[in-house]
Design a protein around this ligand. Structure first.
Ligand SMILES: Cc1cc2nc3c(=O)[nH]c(=O)nc-3n(C[C@H](O)[C@H](O)[C@H](O)COP(=O)(O)OP(=O)(O)OC[C@H]3O[C@@H](n4cnc5c(N)ncnc54)[C@H](O)[C@@H]3O)c2cc1C
Length: 338
């Protein structure tokens, strides 16, 4: 029978990443007791966050060098924890920090890795669910090789509920971390303006190329569009997605919003975010774009065109309206609520 380990790092403020509690839900679905393993400069706060989740024991590697994400030290800590646990299945959240190191960790353990896991089950053995071909085909996988490292996509599972109570016992594990050769001197965000990609946001606002096109008065109003989009993002905490056409305009020398890059692009050649709700504005709703909405549970769109793609079964609600007017009103309502 498999033995299961939940492996995670602690966040910069010492807390447990939410994605770790989601990965724990996935791990528990295997039906065997789960041990946790954490690494960071100090794991006490994160271990306490596991109280009442069914986790009895937390293996820990604590070292000041683990305050910063660094391949050499993270991989050494994760491999030491997985080895000390003896687990045959190692479940980890696909945070950017762990996504970077876990393939190397699986290799150090002599095991295998599968990524983009969206579910686990015991179906006569550990069985993994994941999607292929830009989220069009869902498959179930099993492997004979062990240890089997599984990176669970954030947003795919509900977070395990921590009912509180005494914190699980923490058992220190010795890891020989290589002396760091790199030092983090600061952080630089990919977009020149503000950070607009917020994976944990409840709402995704998608901006399409229509925002920069000629409007009914015969002129484009990109500055007004920029102000409306930014006000909405600031007031609502929503994440910003884009159609390909809008972000591609930068390459053609046309006006494109300063705060937007190709990282915002949603769709077949972009990302597949997992927000509970999505609102598309000035976006036509073509299939290569909407395929990126696979996991958005409630979809709404604002478009002047009553025959746009969203009207053809792709949105739950389509408002046939001018997005400039709609977002102005929405922003006024949000401002009045504050
Ligand atoms: C191989 C391939 C891969 C692709 N991958 C992707 C991908 O990953 N992501 C992606 O997004 N696209 C992708 N595309 C492109 C995709 O097919 C569409 O061309 C693109 O999504 C269109 O972007 P859009 O809807 O913003 O622009 P447009 O098609 O120009 O639509 C603009 C919309 O804005 C509306 N509009 C204008 N003004 C207003 C207003 N004031 N109020 C309300 N509505 C208004 C118009 O009615 C129109 O429907 C791909 C295409 C191919 C061939």
């Amino acid at each position: 029978m498999d033995t299961t380990l939940l492996l995670a790092h602690v966040d910069a403020d010492g807390s447990l990443p939410r994605a770790a509690l989601e990965a724990l839900s996935a791990a528990k679905a295997l039906g065997t007791p789960v041990t946790a393993a954490l690494f960071g400069p100090s794991v006490a706060q994160a271990a306490a966050a596991l109280a009442g989740t069914g986790i009895q024991k937390v293996l820990a590697v604590e070292d000041p060098a683990l305050a910063e994400a660094r391949y050499a030290t993270d991989a050494a800590a994760a491999a030491a924890l997985a080895k000390a646990s003896g687990a045959t299945v190692v479940v980890a959240p696909a945070t950017s920090r762990l996504a970077r190191v876990m393939a190397g960790v699986a290799s150090r353990l002599g095991g295998r890795i599968d990524t983009h896991v969206t579910g686990l089950a015991d179906e006569g053995g550990a069985t993994v669910t994941r999607w292929y071909y830009r989220q069009r085909i869902e498959a179930k996988l099993r492997r004979k090789e062990r240890p089997w490292v599984l990176l669970v996509d954030p947003g795919a599972m509900p977070a395990a509920t921590a009912e509180g109570g005494p914190a699980p016992a923490v058992e220190k594990v010795a890891a020989s971390l290589p002396a760091p050769r790199t030092k983090v001197s600061g952080l630089r965000a990919p977009s020149s303006g503000e950070q607009t990609i917020r994976p944990d946001a409840k709402v995704l606002l998608v901006a399409g190329a229509g925002w920069t096109k000629k409007q009914p008065d015969g002129a484009p109003h990109p500055d007004k569009a920029e102000a409306l989009i930014l006000s909405f993002l600031r007031a609502s905490g929503a994440s910003l997605g884009s159609s390909k056409s809008l972000v591609d305009q930068a390459g053609e020398g046309q006006k494109v919003f300063e705060f937007m890059t190709h990282l915002n692009q949603v769709g077949q050649t972009g990302s597949t975010p997992r927000h509970p709700k999505g609102l598309a504005t000035c976006c036509h709703g073509e299939e290569p774009h909407v395929v990126g909405w696979r996991f958005i549970r409630e979809r709404r769109a604002v478009n002047l065109d009553a025959s746009c793609g969203w009207a053809r079964g792709k949105a739950d609600v389509l408002y046939v309206a001018d997005a400039f007017a709609v977002m102005e009103k929405v922003n006024a309502l949000l401002a009045a609520k504050k």
